[in-house]
Design a protein around this ligand. Structure first.
Ligand SMILES: C[S@@+](CC[C@H](N)C(=O)[O-])C[C@H]1O[C@@H](n2cnc3c(N)ncnc32)[C@H](O)[C@@H]1O
Length: 277
């Protein structure tokens, strides 16, 4: 099912519009806040961050603005061109490197670096084998480094169909499938859950896995126009930040985010990965 780069190249205008919309902004604000809690546990100073399938750099620019060095890998040239333009416009070009590659073929310039942090945000819903994708993303992460994974949450599919689309037949069908579609990229999705991905991460040598929800509330408010009102948006953002780590809200959020540390030593990581493969 791996989606071609062309689908992502041709959807730039819609993608940027989505990112600027209140629901797009929330995705990045909440992810950044969750990550910030864990970055505080790493040594101070500029970190080397790898953003796998980093698209047009929306996460990367935020991190570079905090002083970190970010390498964005993506297979879509239009995404990387937009990331480069964005980095230039924000005066961050010296902290952002763009590399065109598929996640399954990371080039030596990436695999030979030991990154402190790896982001794998909204990629695994486009790949058939999440474990293989995560293993590839984890390979350049240094022992004790931090991994952040975001993906579309299967638990939200049925609720979204029922509440937003009032399509109860679709809601019923969504209960028993892990397949979805995105109109944005005209692509098939594999919908997963945090409960499914967490053990995979542990098998791959991750520990201290923290589970957050992104857009736990936003998507269940059907009045989208209201979300453009600055006061309403500010209240919504405050509420989302308050519930991101809370049970039960995080379980039905539109996206799940898992943040984990890798084993402390390279030997321990290798042993766990050998055992789990
Ligand atoms: C929904 S966008 C997410 C971009 C970014 N991570 C974010 O959250 O803003 C998905 C990105 O994954 C990239 N992508 C999908 N499959 C890929 C693959 N196999 N290798 C590299 N990039 C891939 C696409 O080109 C696209 O930029």
């Amino acid at each position: 099912m791996a989606e071609t780069a062309e689908k992502f190249n041709t959807a730039m205008a819609g993608w940027q519009e989505w990112q600027d919309a209140p629901w797009g902004r929330l995705r990045y604000v909440i992810a950044e806040a969750n990550l910030a809690r864990h970055l505080a546990d790493l040594p101070a100073g500029p970190l080397r961050i790898l953003d796998v399938a980093g698209g047009n750099g929306a996460d990367a620019v935020r991190l570079a603005a905090r002083g970190h060095h970010v390498t964005i890998v993506d297979h879509a040239h239009a995404m990387l061109d937009a990331a480069g333009e964005r980095a230039q416009a924000e005066g961050l070009a010296d902290r952002i490197t763009c590399v065109q590659a598929g996640v399954d073929r990371l080039p030596a310039e990436v695999t030979s670096t030991q990154f402190d942090v790896v982001l794998c945000h909204n990629l695994i819903q486009y790949t058939d084998d999440a474990r293989q994708t995560l293993a590839a993303a984890l390979a350049p992460l240094r022992p004790g480094g931090l991994l952040s994974v975001i993906s579309a949450n299967r638990h939200s599919a049925s609720l979204t169909a029922a509440i937003r689309e009032m399509d109860l037949a679709a809601a019923l069908a969504a209960l028993d499938t892990d397949r979805g579609r995105t109109r944005m990229f005209d692509a098939q999705l594999r919908l997963r859950t945090a409960e499914e991905i967490q053990p995979m991460l542990e098998e791959l040598g991750c520990r201290d896995v923290h589970h957050y929800g992104i857009r736990s509330v936003c998507d269940y408010i059907t009045d989208d126009a209201r979300k453009h009102d600055p006061k309403f948006y500010a209240d919504l953002e405050r509420l989302e930040l308050a519930v991101t780590a809370r049970h039960p809200h995080k379980h039905t959020a539109r996206f799940f985010q898992l943040i984990a540390r890798t084993c402390r030593t390279a030997t321990a990581c290798r042993a766990v990965r050998r055992g789990g493969s």
